[in-house]
Design a protein around this ligand. Structure first.
Ligand SMILES: NC(=O)c1ccc[n+]([C@@H]2O[C@H](COP(=O)([O-])OP(=O)(O)OC[C@H]3O[C@@H](n4cnc5c(N)ncnc54)[C@H](OP(=O)(O)O)[C@@H]3O)[C@@H](O)[C@H]2O)c1
Length: 262
């Protein structure tokens, strides 16, 4: 068990599949009380609820829906989430879209702006709402922003996605600085390649898997459970003095850079 997580009230956005669902499973095991957000995938969020109940039958879990591309609905969404357990101790900004488009195909910047809205503007607003509530309640808080290694090094097609994640890394650092005095911590999880329902088929196709595994020093992809464990760590008292940090979990991919295999 991780220090200080039992009974903590945690909102996880984007918990209807993939990494968010993995985070929910680990935090349920740790004894947290969960508010799980989804947007379109109602079947997925129900499956996450079933999964967390099978891990800990007495888990307290509620679900709540919101489309983050409609930014003016976020304030009401957050207030609802906050009121479920009469407060929250932690916020995990995990929901996001992976937009892959060349700059020339998105010359007007529509995909660019839509990606920034969901991946950067929405977490910014949610974190700010969370901080305001914590400051008013005179309570500490912990925020984990799920970024990506694309915030650090990227490739073709990812101008919108990489900008959103590099922006999230930067905003997290500023918020950590501004809110340190209130004991509100803001840290970043930067995952490498983690197969999820959306990418499972393509990433586990043998030639694709081989290509990736050769480049990842650890020789394999990450798992959604591993992202959940790191999130639990960042929310726990084990990291009570850690804020404004980026925790990269990528099997060594970024450390290795683009050097040819020897
Ligand atoms: N998998 C990876 O390799 C990887 C690597 C680095 C970073 N990440 C990051 O991890 C996070 C989770 O992604 P994932 O890979 O687990 O993919 P995923 O399974 O597709 O999960 C994405 C989640 O975001 C939610 N979402 C998407 N658009 C939304 C919107 N407009 N409003 C509100 N919620 C929305 C989805 O909700 P619904 O489906 O219910 O609509 C879903 O719960 C993302 O921030 C992603 O950038 C993933």
């Amino acid at each position: 068990m991780m220090m200080g997580l039992k009974d903590k009230r945690i909102l996880i956005t984007g918990a209807s599949s993939g990494i968010g669902a993995g985070m929910a499973r680990v935090l349920a095991r740790e004894g947290c009380r969960l508010v799980l957000h989804y947007n379109r995938n109602e079947v997925g969020i129900k499956a996450t609820v079933e999964a967390v109940k099978s891990i800990r039958s007495e888990v307290e879990v509620e679900i709540i829906r919101c489309d983050f591309s409609e930014l003016d609905t976020l304030s009401e969404f957050f207030n609802q989430a906050w009121s479920i357990y009469e407060g929250l101790d932690g916020l995990v900004n995990n929901a996001g879209v992976v937009s892959k488009v060349t700059a020339r195909k998105d010359a007007a910047g529509e995909a660019f702006m839509q990606t920034l809205k969901i991946n950067l503007h929405a977490p910014y607003l949610l974190s700010t709402a969370f901080a305001e509530k914590c400051i008013t309640a005179k309570q500490p808080g912990a925020i984990v922003n799920n970024s990506s290694i694309h915030g650090q090094a990227t490739c073709e097609w990812f101008s919108a996605y990489a900008a959103s994640k590099a922006g999230l890394d930067a905003v997290s650092k500023v918020q950590a600085v501004e809110w340190g005095q209130y004991q509100i911590r803001v840290n970043v999880l930067a995952p490498g390649v983690v197969p999820v329902e959306r990418t499972d088929t393509i990433l586990n196709e043998p030639s694709m898997a081989q290509k990736w595994h050769e480049r990842i020093p650890a020789g394999r992809y990450g798992t959604t459970e591993e992202m959940g464990e790191a999130t639990a760590y960042l929310l726990s008292d084990a990291t009570a003095w850690m804020t404004g940090s980026v925790l990269t979990l990528d099997g060594g991919l970024i450390a290795r850079g683009n050097y040819p295999n020897r």
